[in-house]
Design a binder for this molecule. Structure first.
Ligand SMILES: *[C@@H]1O[C@H](CO)[C@@H](O)[C@H](O)[C@H]1NC(C)=O
Ligand SMILES: *[C@@H]1O[C@H](CO)[C@@H](O)[C@H](O)[C@H]1NC(C)=O
Ligand SMILES: *[C@@H]1O[C@H](CO)[C@@H](O)[C@H](O)[C@H]1NC(C)=O
Ligand SMILES: *[C@@H]1O[C@H](CO)[C@@H](O)[C@H](O)[C@H]1NC(C)=O
Length: 507
């Protein structure tokens, strides 16, 4: 088995560090849900958000402590296959801790779950605000295969078979007990007294992990915050496109339909010319190019920056100016230059490349996860689709088998059977959602006594709004709420969140 030993990994980290400068060091330090899109090229965007942050830091150095409470990594020998009765090899998994707010030795411990990206450390974010309030320690574990916690050097499909949410949850359980032992030893805390009160947090996919952790290991956590948690593995997720249209509003939708007609026309005239207008001539497959355009639109709704898309587009629509140029300007300025997306990443051959494990391979890894476990294919709905009808379920399924091999197809039903989907039957799980987030329909929306739901309803209330504020681009780690309209929608939600956490750790 081609497992990386901890020693080799250490060497790799040293080599990478030697090659790097401040910018790319921070580039490896990625946030959670703060820029955690579930568009196809998911993790990639997170890397971008942080690299832009790093560039800003270089231009005007400030104290990195403002962003991170800790970036000192620790390592755990993790079991590769938790379900192999014969025993299993280990791989090195990275974690971080911050004890600056901890009321030692009996204070609560907040486990911030890291999802489908490199885990940078402990962010100085809204969870830190909560930790301070409750005197909690903060710990976070990098998700297996992502960042530096990879078991195999190459990411060929056969090596990805231990990449799934079940293994990830068992990693978290193992880590939770490992860290409790560390705390007991460090503070000479007797292991015969009750464990510290653990609370789990996560957003987006990590939000689902947070909910499922409480569901599967209720004895290991007192409660879970599940922000924009995609617990419902819907195979054909039409509601994504429909919600994007709703969030940007009818006028902007109308303008985008006009853009679509222009794109269709230009595409049939000369596809190469059209692609080169978007700096995307290297994307060979036409539908891959259309998927880049669909993501460019969806990101505005997902991160609460509709104004940047819609204001110039509607203006151009009203004055009958060239719509395509207005849209191209938005894609170039906001999506490429602002968000940092590189169109070539939409070329399917790039995701097929299994050469390297490491911090830049997140896009292949997340694609594998939705191509096997979740589905959530952002397929064009049968009617009134905002995206091109070519982006059908078949398009996404073909992409999965092109990248990972013939048999690769999402088993959403099995995932929902295992966790319950929207009927998840847990307790002390608080679901939070942004009213304008296109992912909200894959989350729990109906409140029950044991699994309350808060939908934060405001203009710009997007993905993980409770943790990240509005809008979530440019990236504000502290979760700036000042642009949420009305602002008190999020303030009220945060008061409720505190009340629930208080209830969990005191009873
Ligand atoms: C992991 O296991 C290896 C090999 O047994 C050992 O050398 C190393 O110290 C362990 N690392 C940790 C962090 O326990
Ligand atoms: C399409 O546009 C490209 C790039 O401008 C050009 O090289 C090519 O000749 C055009 N093809 C046709 C059929 O007009
Ligand atoms: C895959 O990626 C590696 C590393 O970036 C590169 O050297 C290699 O040429 C790529 N292979 C293919 C087939 O594109
Ligand atoms: C493009 O326009 C043609 C002709 O009007 C139409 O048949 C086709 O469905 C359109 N394609 C898309 C993707 O909208």
């Amino acid at each position: 088995m081609n497992l990386i030993s901890a020693r080799n990994l250490f060497l790799l980290v040293v080599i990478l560090s030697l090659q790097t400068h401040l910018g790319s060091i921070i580039q490896r330090l990625i946030p959670l849900c703060h820029a955690s899109p579930h568009t196809l090229r998911h993790t990639h965007y997170q890397n971008i958000a942080i690299s832009r942050r790093a560039a800003a830091l270089q231009a005007s150095p400030e104290n990195p402590d403002d962003i991170f409470l800790s970036t000192t990594p620790y390592w755990l020998n993790q079991t590769l296959d938790h379900f192999d009765p014969q025993g299993s090899p280990k791989f090195p998994q990275r974690f971080f801790e911050y004890l600056g707010f901890f009321k030692a030795p009996h204070g609560p411990i907040f486990l911030t779950i890291c999802g489908e990206s490199t885990c940078p450390g402990i962010l100085n974010d809204y969870i830190a605000v909560l930790a301070k309030r409750f005197g909690a320690a903060i710990v976070t574990l990098e998700h297996r295969y992502y960042g530096f916690s990879y078991p195999f050097e190459d990411l060929s499909t056969k090596n990805l078979k231990y990449l799934n949410s079940k293994q990830a949850l068992s990693d978290l359980a193992t880590f939770r007990n490992h860290y409790q032992d560390l705390i007991n030893a460090r503070y000479h805390r007797s292991s015969t007294i009750a464990d510290n009160a653990w609370v789990t947090f996560g957003g987006s996919y990590a939000g689902a992990l947070s909910a499922w952790f409480r569901l599967k290991f209720p004895h290991l956590t007192r409660g879970s915050l599940a922000s924009s948690a995609i617990v419902n593995a819907i195979q054909d997720y039409f509601a994504f496109d429909q919600q994007v249209a709703k969030s940007i509003g009818p006028k902007c939708t109308q303008a985008l339909q006009a853009v679509k007609a222009n794109v269709n026309h230009s595409m049939r005239k000369n596809a190469t010319l059209l692609k080169s207008m978007f700096g995307a001539e290297l994307i060979k497959n036409d539908a891959d190019f259309l998927s880049l355009l669909a993501d460019s639109t969806a990101l505005a709704a997902q991160y609460g920056f509709q104004d940047l898309l819609c204001k110039p587009l509607v203006k151009s629509f009203d004055t009958k100016k060239n719509m395509l140029v207005a849209y191209q300007t938005y894609v170039k300025n906001t999506i490429y230059d602002g968000f940092g997306i590189n169109p070539i990443d939409y070329n399917r051959d790039n995701m097929k490349n299994a050469t390297l494990a490491g911090p830049n391979s997140g896009s292949r890894l997340w694609t594998y996860q939705f191509c096997t476990e979740f589905g959530l294919l952002q397929a064009a709905p049968p009617t009134n689709s905002l995206r091109f009808s070519q982006l059908s379920s078949k398009y996404y399924l073909d992409l999965c088998s092109y990248i990972f091999g013939e048999e690769t197809t999402p088993n959403s039903d099995a995932t929902n059977l295992y966790y319950g989907g929207n009927d998840i039957a847990g307790s002390r799980i608080l679901f939070t959602n942004g009213a304008q987030d296109p992912w909200r329909h894959a989350s729990k929306q109906v409140s029950t006594q044991s699994e309350p739901v808060i939908v934060v309803d405001c203009q710009n209330c997007a993905h993980c709004v409770d943790l990240s504020g509005c809008p979530q681009f440019p990236f504000h780690p502290q979760g700036d709420a000042s642009l949420c309209k009305p602002r008190d929608s999020i303030d009220k939600a945060r008061i409720l969140i505190e009340d629930y956490i208080n209830l969990w750790i005191t009873s």
